[in-house]
Each structure stands twice: as structure tokens, then as C-alpha cells.
Design a protein around this ligand. Structure first.
Ligand code: RBF
Length: 218
């Protein structure tokens, strides 16, 4: 029987069609190359397996994992306000994301690797008015020599869970909590041996499945 054992995520029994969904990815700028691989994995699964329209994937970045829950919560709220009021009704075309322009790079504080994908501010201003159907929080925490890792892991895990339960929106926990860089590379499918698996793929599929579950008319 154990011969049949399949470690990891079993695909859903029925096809998950994400063509009507709008998904937010919030990712960190710590350990950026690995984070970038995970974000690409999530996008790949959503677009190629579940037919989410690329323009309906909004991508935003934050400094570190500790900031993920706050950003997810705020961006969910903003997308819901836009959906309720209609972007064109906003007075003087005010950009509600101005106070949250986390991905706006400037020359003095430019991330080592550019934000993956398009600017959320631009997408939220010009793109669909549909509220987000799910959020994927993506980050990579790597243990150092102090207790910092333990505290951040705990806070981020609880925070992301809270955002999901409080908002009623699926929020996928796409945060690797690794003891070293090798573990993180392997879980992003970027290990030298090529034996790893990109968990971003699973997070993309999970977001679509949970968004459809949230929208399901029982
Ligand atoms: N953020 C991450 O996303 N991954 C990390 O591995 C990480 N390690 C950190 C280690 C130390 C010592 C500090 C001070 C911060 C670290 N952060 C990390 C950033 C953290 O999530 C957050 O952005 C900052 O603490 C500011 O709130």
C-alpha cells in the first residue's frame, strides 16, 4: 500500500477553472531569488493549469515576512472598496494605494531584484474592479543564530491565518520556514540536484481551489 504513497499535494479530483478569478500575490523582498522562483511557480500553475487571466493576477511586494499579514489585509480591503464603489467613481481618480506604495522603487532604495510581475498600484488603478477572490502570501524565512526566526515564524503564521478568517477570503500560507538556504532552494525547485519541488505551484493551485470553494453556491 505504501508503494502508492504520494508525498505532497494530490491534485483536486475535478478541474479547477480559475478564468473568472482575480488573485493577489503579496511577496517579500528577503531572499529574493528564491521568492521569485516561488512567485513564478504560483503564477505558472494559476495561468497554465487553471486558466487564470494574467491580468487578473496582481502582484505586490513588502520588505519582509513580518509585513505580509498587514499588506494582505489592507490590499483586500482596498480591492473590496473598489469593487463596491467602482473605480471610476473615486473622486479625482484618487489612488487608494498611495499610502501603501510598497513596490514603488526609488533610486535610493531599490530592491536588488525587481518586483516580480506588474505593479499592483497600476493594476488596481487601471485594471479590473473585481475584488480579490484569494490571496497568496509568499516569503522565505531562513533561521539565523538568534530567536528572531522563531518569533517571526509564529507571528506570520498566526497573522496570515487571522487575515483569512477575519476577511472571509482564502489566504494561502506561502511562507517557507527553513533551517538553511539549501532547504529553501529545494522547496522552490531550485536545488542543484534538481530533486526539489516548487511549492509555489501548489500555492497557485490551492488559491484557485479555495477561491472557487469560497464562491461556491451550495
Ligand atoms: N524577513 C524574511 O522574509 N525572511 C527572513 O529570513 C528574515 N530574516 C530576518 C532576520 C533578522 C535578524 C531581522 C531583523 C529581520 C528579518 N526579516 C526577514 C525581516 C522581517 O520579516 C521584517 O521585515 C522586519 O523585522 C521589519 O518588520
Amino acid at each position: 500500500m505504501l508503494d502508492d504513497f504520494h508525498k505532497g499535494l494530490e491534485p483536486a479530483a475535478v478541474a479547477q477553472d480559475g478564468s473568472d478569478l482575480r488573485i493577489l500575490i503579496v511577496h517579500t523582498r528577503w531572499n529574493t531569488p528564491i521568492v521569485q522562483g516561488l512567485v513564478e511557480g504560483a503564477k505558472k500553475a494559476m495561468v497554465e493549469q487553471h486558466h487564470v487571466k494574467p491580468e487578473n493576477i496582481v502582484i505586490e511586494s513588502v520588505p519582509g515576512a513580518y509585513e505580509l499579514p498587514f499588506a494582505a489585509r489592507k490590499l483586500i480591503e482596498i480591492s473590496q472598496i473598489r469593487a463596491a464603489e467602482g473605480a471610476s467613481d473615486l473622486m479625482g481618480n484618487v489612488n487608494l494605494l498611495d499610502g501603501l506604495s510598497m513596490s514603488a522603487p526609488n533610486s535610493a532604495n531599490k530592491p536588488a531584484t525587481p518586483t516580480v510581475g506588474s505593479s499592483a498600484a497600476a493594476a488596481a488603478t487601471t485594471g479590473s474592479k473585481q475584488a480579490f477572490d484569494a490571496v497568496i502570501c509568499i516569503g522565505v524565512l531562513i533561521k539565523g543564530s538568534t530567536m528572531h526566526f522563531e518569533y517571526i515564524c509564529e507571528a506570520v503564521t498566526q497573522g496570515i491565518m487571522r487575515v483569512g478568517l477575519d476577511s472571509g477570503l482564502p489566504v494561502i500560507f506561502g511562507v517557507l520556514t527553513c533551517l538553511n538556504e539549501e532547504q529553501a532552494l529545494s522547496r522552490a525547485g531550485m536545488d542543484a540536484a534538481g530533486k526539489g519541488h516548487n511549492h509555489g505551484l501548489d500555492w497557485g493551485s490551492g488559491a484557485v481551489e479555495m477561491a472557487l470553494l469560497k464562491n461556491r453556491a451550495l
